[in-house]
Ligand binder design. Structure first.
Ligand code: LIP
Length: 272
């Protein structure tokens, strides 16, 4: 479906994403600080014994949902922690209240709140807020992207051997991690280094801002990537599925995001 939207609508949605992501991230950050430095946040598990969810994931998602429904009651909402509102407007929000939940549980800084709006099946506005470093990424379709209101652009690196890659691993270690480890063994000799931040949204935000040159990951969800893929495409980067096919943001098998000058080489590297 095409995206016939006014620039005013895009601007309004982008501003709403940014304010909600910032408020929700600040809410989660205050809760994390109250737990005390280095303490391990209590949590349940979801798809496996290493897939955590805390009360703060759920509470932060509820805050995001409340803000969206107050502002745009006819929009649909899909959230990692179970939010599932069917709307009539044709706009659909994809929400990850705390992306990088393992980092949140361990009081490591690499987590964020990610909020995106899709029109049809395409992200049209999004925001990612990393409260531990007070960094707010924002993008609107056709508007570029910013980090704390400063324009950002993806990398122009052309040399694979000195490029910095990022990746992540599945929570289903018995099924996926042997192959994922084998892929790392194939990729690592051909790049400068690999970063495993623990948050797909932040990995994509780092590609969009030129902080890393590529990011690849399988078995992620729409809420992990919807805002980040818009950031990357709005800053000159290239995003595809893990196999190079067009990315289905709503049902991603995997994602490869990279500087335009590196995408083809990275695709060859991760698929062979
Ligand atoms: C996480 C992703 C990360 C991936 C983790 C997990 P969560 O999302 O952001 O890239 O490697 O396995 O899926 O669970 O923190 O929202």
């Amino acid at each position: 479906m095409g995206t016939l939207m006014s620039s005013q609508t895009t601007t309004e949605l982008r501003s709403l994403c940014a304010s909600i992501a910032h408020e929700a991230g600040a809410f989660a950050h205050a809760a994390r600080r109250d737990l005390g430095p280095g303490s391990r946040a209590a949590h349940d598990t979801k798809s496996s014994d290493v897939d955590p969810v805390t009360e703060f994931d759920r509470a932060t998602e509820q805050l995001v949902v409340d803000r969206i429904r107050a502002a745009r009651p006819d929009d649909s909402i899909i959230g990692e922690e179970g939010a599932d509102h069917v709307g009539t407007s044709g706009y659909e929000w994809h929400v990850d209240p705390i992306d990088g939940t393992v980092n949140f549980v361990y009081d490591l800084p690499g987590w964020c709140t990610s909020v995106a709006v899709l029109h049809g099946d395409r992200p049209v506005a999004g925001a990612i807020y990393a409260p531990t470093v007070d960094e707010l990424y924002s993008a609107g379709v056709g508007q570029g992207a910013t980090l704390n209101n400063l324009e950002i652009s993806s990398s122009t690196t052309t040399d694979l051997a000195t490029s910095l890659a990022a990746t992540g691993f599945s929570y289903h270690r018995d099924e996926h991690r042997i192959e994922q480890a084998a892929r790392i063994a194939r990729v690592l000799p051909h790049v400068r280094d690999i970063r495993r931040q623990g948050s797909a949204a932040l990995d994509l935000a780092y590609v969009a801002s030129g902080r890393v040159d590529s990011y690849f990951e399988e078995f992620i969800n729409s809420w992990d990537i919807a805002a980040g893929v818009l950031l990357v495409t709005e800053t000159g980067g290239v995003v595809t599925g893990f196999d190079g096919s067009p990315l289905d943001t709503c049902a991603p098998h995997g994602v490869l995001a990279a500087a335009a000058s590196l995408h083809a080489e990275m695709l060859d590297l991760i698929t062979n």
